[in-house]
Design a protein around this ligand. Structure first.
Ligand SMILES: Cc1cc2nc3c(=O)[nH]c(=O)nc-3n(C[C@H](O)[C@H](O)[C@H](O)COP(=O)(O)OP(=O)(O)OC[C@H]3O[C@@H](n4cnc5c(N)ncnc54)[C@H](O)[C@@H]3O)c2cc1C
Length: 352
């Protein structure tokens, strides 16, 4: 019989990990405490690029660029096989001052990233986006088509003491999930679910609030970025304006003061938004990790527990590559990227 994997968390990381293992012949059960794809993966902007890559380390950029390169084929497969279009589009991104011009041009040159200086800004024509809610709806259908069992509204409990081999993982209703391997992909909730086995993991939720406007399609043809604020135009005239990076724990509420600040920035960047109807205001919890580097590794205390979590600001971008790395680890294949930067953190002073 096929080997069985239980994956905890059906965000973009859990869904793509499930597909990567199912493609390798595994029987996969994907468990979520709510409905799949409704947390950070739904709330995000879907820019498939590390906003200002010259401000990030190579491990972040390598994983993000590897993920971005897999998105066109992934989104096309999803569109064709599920009938739901994640609206992948290479719309380009304009970066407006202030930014470090020399660092930006140098980074683009050394990473073969197309760039032009336009007016007082930079134009990056290859930057793409996907529409998160559609991406997640398509993934939900796709995992079913690939034979993955999705269990929703099952909240897993934190692990208790143990080591060696994890036999089962229980949910709050007392159901025990047994498997050959377990993959923890529970976003912001991952660290808590490890209970006493979190070790030196240092994750925390980082709230991001977002506004959604409706204007005439084509009003803004590309992503616009200015000083950690962006506008993302969808094909049907919706424009997302965001975001914030707030350290407020697991509080997912939205706040009027932030709405006002985001609206003022949006109107400054695109005056047409000053009087445009505001459709929605929401927030999501990014799985924050030190320096934005996720953990894609086997847990040091359990032979059959893997993590694919902590993707912070770029989880949607990184997810296709991250899932391939995870699957290569599980299946002892040659990994597509060097694994070392993404290993489970070892406490200072205990490294061999
Ligand atoms: C405002 C905002 C803007 C963003 N913009 C971008 C962007 O433009 N580009 C980009 O690449 N990324 C962006 N991101 C980041 C990206 O959305 C995240 O990095 C990514 O979605 C993380 O995916 P995940 O699967 O790890 O987490 P999640 O999507 O949060 O999924 C985790 C899942 O685990 C489940 N879970 C939790 N606890 C349990 C439990 N006890 N039992 C069972 N299931 C459980 C949850 O219900 C959830 O479905 C943005 C995020 C936000 C909030």
């Amino acid at each position: 019989m096929n080997q069985h994997a239980v994956i905890i968390g059906a965000g973009v990381l859990g869904c793509l990990s499930a597909l990567a293992l199912a493609d390798r012949g595994w029987r996969v059960t994907l468990v979520d405490q709510g409905q799949s794809g409704q947390e950070s993966s739904w709330a995000g902007g879907g820019i498939l690029f590390p906003l200002l890559p010259w401000n990030y380390s190579e491990p972040v950029n390598r994983l993000a660029m590897a993920g971005a390169a897999l998105h066109p084929a992934l989104c096309e497969t999803l569109r064709r096989e599920t009938g739901i279009d994640p609206e992948y589009q290479q719309c380009g991104m304009q970066i407006l001052p202030k930014y470090d011009r020399d660092a930006a041009l140098q980074w683009c040159r050394s990473h073969q990233c197309a760039v032009e200086e336009r007016g007082d800004g930079l134009w990056l024509p290859e930057v793409a986006q996907a529409r998160n809610p559609r991406l997640m709806q398509a993934l939900r259908l796709m995992i079913a088509l690939r034979g993955v069992t999705l269990v929703e509204h099952a909240q897993m409990l934190p692990l208790s003491l143990g080591e060696g081999r994890l036999r089962e993982w229980r949910d709050t209703k007392g159901t025990a999930y047994a498997a050959d391997i377990f993959v923890l992909a529970a976003g912001s909730w991952s660290q808590g679910l490890l209970g006493p086995h979190a070790g030196s993991l240092d994750m925390k939720p980082m709230r991001g609030q977002m506004l959604l406007y409706q204007v005439a399609p084509g009003t803004l043809p590309h992503i616009q970025y200015c000083e950690d604020f962006y506008l993302i135009p969808r094909l049907d005239g919706h424009i997302l304006a965001g975001s914030t990076v707030e350290d407020v724990g697991f509080d997912k509420s939205t706040t009027p003061d932030i709405a006002a600040k985001l609206a003022a920035k949006a109107a400054r960047l695109l005056p047409a938004l000053a009087n445009a109807p505001l459709v929605k205001h929401w927030s999501g919890l990014r799985p924050g990790s030190p320096n934005n580097v996720p953990v894609i590794d086997r847990h040091p205390q359990f032979d059959n527990l893997y993590l694919n979590t902590g993707h912070f600001r770029y989880g949607v971008t990184m997810a296709p590559a991250s899932a391939e790395i995870l699957a290569s680890l599980v299946c002892s294949e040659k990994p597509p990227l060097e694994l070392q930067p993404y290993t489970f953190p070892v406490p200072a002073g205990t490294q061999g």
